[in-house]
Design a protein around this ligand. Structure first.
Ligand code: ZN
Length: 150
């Protein structure tokens, strides 16, 4: 068994234990479902926009620690950001977990989200880490189709 312990850094554990922005949102502009059949992660993301800014974002989900911690950190990262800033974060985060951006560069542009850098060594976990981001991205584009990583 590969040593997964490097993945479970304190920040990830903390967000898994106490997910931020967890819960359904009343008065949301958009609700988006996402799932990762490979691992069994399922989540719903709610967005409330004020013009071009993400005024509020929340999620509810079940799944592995990586998917839940990532969803929690995604909501904390994009809340208060413009659509464009959120999309840019999504691109950087995706580059980080797929190994195109190293941890040091990731830390500079992503802050605590760089905790997921270790995921790039575990291809199956990349989908767990990026599910919430893909779902948020689809919500920003008001996609009617549920997001699936498969
Ligand atoms: Zn997972």
């Amino acid at each position: 068994m590969t040593d997964l312990s490097a993945l479970y850094q304190e920040v990830i554990l903390d967000h898994n234990r106490r997910p931020r922005n967890f819960g359904e949102m009343a008065g949301a502009d958009w609700r988006q479902e996402g799932r990762n059949p490979l691992c069994g992660d399922q989540l719903t993301v709610w967005l409330r926009m004020e013009e071009d800014t993400i005024a509020d974002v929340s999620f509810v989900g079940t799944g592995c620690a990586i998917s839940k911690a990532s969803a929690s950190m995604m909501t904390a990262a994009v809340k208060g950001k413009t659509r464009e800033e959120a999309e840019r974060l999504f691109t950087r985060f995706h580059d980080l977990v797929t190994g195109k951006l190293d941890a040091a560069a990731g830390h500079e542009s992503l802050g605590r989200l760089a905790a997921f850098a270790g995921v790039s060594r575990f291809p199956a976990r990349v989908k767990c880490a990026s599910l919430s981001w893909h779902t948020m991205h689809a919500a920003l584009h008001q996609s009617s189709a549920p997001v699936s990583t498969e």
